[in-house]
Design a protein around this ligand. Structure first.
Ligand code: SF4
Ligand code: SF4
Ligand code: FES
Length: 920
């Protein structure tokens, strides 16, 4: 710690910080541009000047860039010094010389760091009277708009894109006052983190193109704290709504998870919420029997829209008439909705809706996270690891934000080298120059090449069983009591001992694996490595990737597999089914699902998307998406997090009958039991859920109760300047109805309520503080800039290491051998298009690569396939035809089948490939 004296007042600050960081953390305002809490200082913009004095007697002082000046004990500085203020005002005037001053038509207006800093410095009149430099803009693809004239040359964009996120296709071109930030030629930005440019850039150069299409100023959006539903990482988001549509998603700062950044799937994948074809009223489908045998069902005679009571009555009649009703839950629905389904159908009749082989892996992952002796790390903890071993996960595709965290961990070697030389970690350019290509040890074992390969000390591309064998060997070289695979070749032996040594030498080694390859042996191998490290008393962490937003939660809640549910229906053991937010056709063979659903006499589906499963239901109940509901998810870290309703859909569209699934299920239960519905609040459902499942007990405290107040006030969902509320429904009725009431959360559907930053809050709908309208306002909510939220970061962790004995897995796979007449089909995660919901969003569809199989070059040559050739794969009765991608890294005898390709594959399966089915 150090004491600094700022404008006559004394403060205790962290002596390792720079002055800008220290002052901002104290809540003092200094304007800045090029500095960013996650990226450190480069001293490029000269905006953060302050006066520093030698001692208390020095009256002259000198101007320093506060972002480049280290904190010194007993330092005297002034922010308010007139010379410093004049310097800062001059700097911003220069920076603005070529700026078009087009705030009224700029999408950044109203949440612009440049606007905020301009006001902060007092610059308010333009003296420059000459022609401005102008640039041509580029088409950067479906996500990002480009307006280069607004650039102030702070270099943040390229520092984020290249240095932080590892992108190679955005750069700075030109010199002097004619520097251009863009691609070397027009085209889609390749980085899966490109969306962060919209928040990193302090002006309106990079804008969210998905927002442009239905643009609304920040102050006119309604927000709620939410959690991304597009994968299991659990990034915190701040979605903004207007007129019943989600207009954009911005990052919501979380000190342990996503910090300031999201991936593009999470940021731009919200379009499914706004789809016009969403079910918005209950539907009843009359079916006509076409056979005489029981279970022979048939064609849909017609679809009729229903009112709520009618829909509940018909659904209840159908379920009451069934001999046995089962429920199929969903890993993309909240814990509360799954719990209510389980309550409706009974424990013995509840399926998680997850295929058996995937569910086994999920259960095993929970065991490993609690029994292997190493904790499941947050992304912040991952960033602090100093050796990383990844088994079987292509993280950019399966858990993108975690890949970004691992990049920071591996690149932190530069900071370690700098620390040895007394260079502070925030001195970004010095650290980068020193680091050059130095990385912490990083080893990657995956079937194919990945975007993280460039950072790896060594990569290993092999079939899943061979990846597992490498892992088992690493565990053995860490602890000789761990079993060693037989017949290891020399190269693998050398690699395994090298990885083992690197992990043992590290202070904080990290092992990453997961379920993407669907191979238990890969998981067990990762478990053995983690156990071996724990037995050798090495600190470290084990991170296991799950597929969907609530995969971890569902596996903790428990229930049967989807296979069990389908078998119950197919065998006639059950003849009624309630399906919750789950398109079964994305999880199992269509023939199998058809056979099961055809036998059911009553199918009730709840969903917010019109899926193939929805179309098979007798009664469809329109469910809320994440944006219209509240609930709890458990991330892959094991963190239970609450997401809150952003808007009430019936306010703008009174005809809509959308309800939270847990509300529908409560009402449906009452209808089945011929009871009057007792309305439940979210707090009641969450409390009941937490009491019912011991593993989920802490999840009851994951969010704020509806009774939470700040100074007696609810929390505002809308900024104070929110306008037009009285006109929003004027097309329907000139008299404005009462704002919707929210019995489930402390948030009000209003600008009335607490929206400040002075009172620490864990759940912040939108970041705003006086004078801070841009995403940089998050700094006002943190205990120190870039640290934790002052009230604590949201969520509670459910998966911690438990004491107890554990033993190594001892069933080790044999070496993979390619078959002559069969290929091993393995699932392949993919970022864009690989999940059930965001793949329905138009911008994501525009960004999706063509769905293709991946095969090795050797196989392609044997089969005489050229790139783009089409191939038909036979998996039992299932068949899929796709073009082929040829990979030099991919192992021979194996074929990659992408997620959501139309052929659900959750685990490796042997497939046939007939030569005549290869078409060039
Ligand atoms: S484009 Fe934005 S982030 Fe990049 S240098 Fe210009 S102002 Fe800075
Ligand atoms: S990493 Fe996952 S949770 Fe985070 S923003 Fe991307 S899709 Fe969402
Ligand atoms: S923020 Fe200090 S020089 Fe740019």
């Amino acid at each position: 710690m150090a004491t600094i004296h700022v404008d006559g007042r004394d403060y205790e600050v962290d002596g390792a910080d720079n002055l800008l960081h220290a002052c901002l953390s104290l809540g003092l305002d200094i304007p800045y541009f090029c500095w960013h809490p996650a990226m450190g200082s480069v001293g490029a913009c000269r905006q953060c000047a302050v006066k520093q004095y030698k001692n208390a007697d020095d009256t002259q002082g000198m101007l320093v860039m506060s972002c480049m000046a280290p904190v010194q004990d007993d330092a005297y500085i002034s922010i308010e010094d007139e010379e410093a203020k004049a310097f800062r005002a001059n700097v911003i005037e220069w920076l603005m010389i070529n700026h078009p001053h087009d705030c009224p038509v700029c999408e950044e207006g109203g949440h612009c760091h440049l606007q905020d800093m301009t006001v902060m410095t007092g610059h308010d009149s333009r003296r420059y009277r000459f022609r401005k430099r102008t640039h041509r803009n580029q088409d950067l693809g479906p996500f990002i708009g480009h307006e280069m004239n607004r650039c102030i040359t702070c270099y943040r964009c390229v520092r984020f894109y290249q240095d932080y996120a590892g992108g190679g296709d955005l750069g700075a071109f030109g010199a002097h006052d004619n520097v251009y930030f863009g691609r070397f030629q027009e085209g889609t930005l390749e980085s899966p983190f490109s969306g962060n440019l919209t928040e990193v850039c302090p002006t309106g150069v990079f804008t969210d193109q998905t927002h442009s299409e239905h643009y609304t100023r920040k102050w006119d959006l309604q927000f709620a704290p939410s959690v991304c539903h597009q994968c299991a990482v659990g990034c915190n988001i701040s979605p903004g709504e207007r007129y019943g549509d989600i207009r954009r998603i911005e990052n919501r700062y979380h000190g342990e998870v996503n910090h300031y950044f999201l991936c593009d799937r999470g940021r731009f994948g919200y379009g499914y919420v706004n789809r016009e074809d969403r079910p918005r009223v209950p539907e009843w489908r009359e079916r006509q029997r076409v056979g005489t045998e029981p279970g022979e069902t048939g064609v849909v005679a017609g679809t009729i829209s229903l009112e709520i009571d009618d829909a509940l009555d018909r659904a209840a009649d159908g379920l009451r008439n069934a001999r046995r009703v089962i429920g199929i839950g969903s890993p993309r629905a909240s814990l509360e909705s799954n719990h209510m389904l389980r309550t409706l159908v009974g424990n013995a009749n509840f399926s998680t809706g997850i295929a058996a082989r995937e569910l086994e892996l999920l259960v095993r992952m929970n065991e490993l996270n609690t029994r292997c002796g190493l904790p499941s790390p947050s992304l912040r903890e991952i960033e602090n690891c100093d050796a990383v071993f990844v088994l079987g996960e292509d993280l950019i595709n399966s858990a993108a934000r975690m890949a970004l965290a691992i990049r920071q961990a591996v690149n932190a070697k530069g900071e370690a080298l700098a620390a040895e030389r007394g260079i502070p970690s925030w001195n970004a350019e010095a650290v980068k120059t020193l680091a050059q290509e130095a990385h912490h040890p990083f080893f990657l074992a995956t079937p194919d090449a990945t975007e993280l390969d460039e950072l790896a000390e060594q990569t290993y591309n092999a079939a899943p069983d061979d990846i597992a064998r490498l892992g088992f060997a690493v565990a053995h070289y860490i602890d000789s009591e761990a079993p060693c695979p037989e017949a290891l070749d020399d190269a693998t032996t050398v690699l395994a001992s090298r990885i083992a040594e690197a992990l043992m030498m590290a202070q904080r080694p990290l092992v990453v694996s997961g379920g993407s390859l669907g191979t238990p042996a890969v998981l067990e191998a990762a478990g053995n490595v983690a156990r071996a490290l724990a037995r050798r008393t090495r600190p470290g962490a084990l991170s296991l990737v799950r597929r969907e937003a609530n995969s971890t939660g569902l596996s903790l809640l428990g229930g049967q597999s989807l296979d069990w549910a389908l078998e119950c229906l197919t065998s006639g053991e059950a003849d009624g089914v309630v399906i919750l937010e789950n398109d079964l056709y994305a999880r199992a063979d269509a023939g199998q699902i058809d056979a099961a659903l055809q036998r059911a006499d009553c199918i009730v589906t709840l969903d917010h998307q019109r899926t193939a499963t929805w179309d098979k239901a007798d009664i469809g109940l329109p469910a809320s998406s994440f944006a219209e509901s509240d609930g709890t998810l458990v991330s892959l870290e094991g963190r239970a997090q609450r997401f809150y309703q952003v808007f009430e859909p019936s306010y703008i569209r009174p005809e809509t009958r959308i309800r939270e699934s847990w509300r529908w299920l409560n009402a449906l239960k009452a209808s089945v039991e011929r009871q009057v519905v007792t309305p439940l609040t979210l707090d009641e459902v969450t409390r009941d859920m937490a009491m019912t499942y011991p593993a989920l007990a802490p999840a009851g405290d994951a969010g704020l109760s509806a009774a939470y107040r700040v100074h007696g006030l609810r929390l505002a969902r809308e900024p104070h300047r929110y306008s037009g509320r009285t006109a929003m429904r004027a097309n329907l009725d000139v008299s404005e109805p009462r704002a919707p009431q929210d019995p489930d959360t402390p948030f009000a559907f209003s600008m009335e309520g607490y929206a400040g930053y002075a009172e620490p809050r864990r759940e912040v709908a939108f970041a705003w503080a006086p004078g801070w309208n841009s995403p940089q306002a998050w700094n006002k909510f943190q205990d120190e800039v870039g640290g934790h939220l002052r009230a604590g970061d949201p969520g509670v962790r459910l998966l911690g290491p438990l004491p107890g004995d554990y033993d190594y897995a001892r069933t080790l796979p044999a070496r993979f051998a390619a078959h002559d007449d069969q290929w091993l089909a393995v699932p392949q995660a993919r970022l864009f298009g690989g999940d059930e919901t965001s793949s329905r969003a138009e911008p994501i569809q525009a960004r999706m690569a063509e769905t293709r199989f991946t095969v090795s070059r050797a196989a392609a040559e044997r089969l005489r396939m050229s790139p783009g050739a089409t191939l038909t794969l036979n998996l039992g009765a299932r068949q899929l035809t796709l073009p082929v991608e040829i990979s030099d890294a991919w192992p021979d005898g194996v074929i990659g089948v992408p997620d959501q390709s139309g052929l659900p594959l959750v685990a490796p399966e042997w497939a046939h490939l007939e030569p005549q089915e290869v078409r060039a």
